[in-house]
Design a protein around this ligand. Sequence first.
Ligand SMILES: [Fe+2]
Ligand SMILES: [Fe+2]
Length: 214
Amino acid sequence: MEEKSYQKLKEKVQPYFENAKPCHDFMHTERVLNLALYIGEKESANLEILKLATLLHDIAHQEQDECKGEICHAEKGAEMAKEILDKEGYDKEIINAVAHCIETHRFRNNKIPKSTEAKVLYDADSLDAIGAIGILRACSFSGSIGSLVHNPDVNVENTKRYSKDDSAYREFLFQLKKVKDTMLTKEGKKIAKGRHKYMVKFFDRVNKEVRGKL
Ligand SMILES: [Fe+2]
Ligand SMILES: [Fe+2]
């Protein structure tokens, strides 16, 4: 793929993120792109398919947010990507491969990432939710819903997600801790292990600081 045609496509895609929420804005796509290309190279993925799929993977996220989750941004995004790439003159084979990656990037409702590129996109996208960047995203999200800065004595069984008792720490205990066990590629597993270790260390320090021990 020529850099010029990729840049043209990027400019077409950016407006879809104009009113996106911070956790899924265009910077999220750019971070996932950096990571996907790094992992993709190690996993011998087709980088053209991977680059296109990553650029377009969250194109329908804003639409999903606006209709409060009634549509699935992965399924809708795959349809939209097909149309966009068809208009740009991409081959059918590439379009279908890209659509598969986008459609399965949430790994839900029997939509399973089967190709190497789909597995790499799934891993890169999930990895953006953990590690140092994952903590920042979790803080940004909990701030946006007015939940706690920190709840050191949180018992996840007794609190609800998206409630006042929610916090980045609760998100870590309830969701982010599990991400390392969901990786589909060797390189993804390696990166997840490092990011997980960082989060454990970070929250351990936070818990010490709030108890006046540091
Ligand atoms: Fe997504
Ligand atoms: Fe994403």
